[in-house]
Design a protein around this ligand. Structure first.
Ligand code: CA
Length: 253
């Protein structure tokens, strides 16, 4: 996977309209770009990176499926015609995992059936090749905005993570977490009920501008525990495997 370094600070996350609207955390917006045409991938990747998004570029359907299974993205730009798994198969697998990450499909000019099948399979928007970069960027901004409005909360018991503003609330009261503590917690809660390996967490945090090792993950988990255990949220250590947050009561399996 080719990784483009995000800016050190990332970009300003979208303003959250609700509680504490004046205080906004900084987090990079992460985009997965799946395109096997190298020239096009380079041009799009460069444009998005210049817009200060953190962009991962992959060129096959299988790499895309792996990246979307193991990383958290704010948006995926998905070409339909790919070596290995097709873009449509990648999309179907993504939605079968119940991921709601917004997907912008790239389709060939005359492939109406691809567009229809893509939208049926859960794509949020499509763009026909060839396209202008400003149009792509406008679609990206629109999808990110929509994503932030529609689905910016991750609720776990009495905790609510505002994933746009990168803030945590316990029964409506803000809990102070650093950006990285937030990212670690988000990862654990998104996979509540499953063990998350340290290696997986390292991969997720990589790309923030410096090296994150397994020791650093232990430090973040330790800090999160200190803040959240008094509030009744427990992060279990699964020896030799990783960390686990149990599913909250009433959460669907
Ligand atoms: Ca292609």
């Amino acid at each position: 996977m080719q990784r483009r370094a995000p800016t050190e600070a990332g970009i300003w996350a979208p303003l959250h309209k609700g509680e504490d609207a004046g205080r906004v955390s900084i987090a990079p917006v992460r985009i997965l770009l799946v395109e096997d045409d190298k020239l096009l991938a380079d041009a799009v990747g460069r444009a998005l990176t210049q817009s200060t998004y953190a962009v991962d570029v992959v060129t096959t359907g299988d790499e895309a499926d792996a990246a979307l299974s193991h990383q958290v993205y704010d948006l995926a730009i998905l070409d339909i015609g790919l070596p290995g798994l097709s873009g449509l198969e990648v999309l179907e697998r993504l939605r079968n995992r119940r991921s709601r990450v917004p997907v912008l499909m790239l389709t060939a000019m005359d492939a109406l059936s691809d567009r229809v099948r893509g939208l049926d399979a859960g794509a949020d928007d499509y763009l026909t090749k060839p396209f202008d970069l400003p149009e792509l960027e406008a679609r990206v901004r629109a999808l990110l905005r929509r994503g932030a409005e529609v689905d910016s909360s991750l609720v776990h018991g009495r905790l609510r993570l505002d994933t746009s503003a990168r803030r945590v609330y316990h029964e409506g009261q803000p809990v102070e977490l650093s950006a990285r503590e937030f990212a670690v917690l988000e990862l654990l809660l998104m996979r509540a009920g499953r063990v998350v390996s340290k290696e997986h967490m390292v991969n997720h945090l990589y790309g923030w501008g410096d090296e994150v090792g397994a020791n650093a993950i232990e430090v973040y988990v330790h800090r999160i525990r200190k803040k959240l255990e008094p509030l009744g949220c427990e992060i279990r250590t699964v020896r030799g495997m990783g960390y686990l947050v149990e599913r909250a009561d009433g959460e669907p399996a």
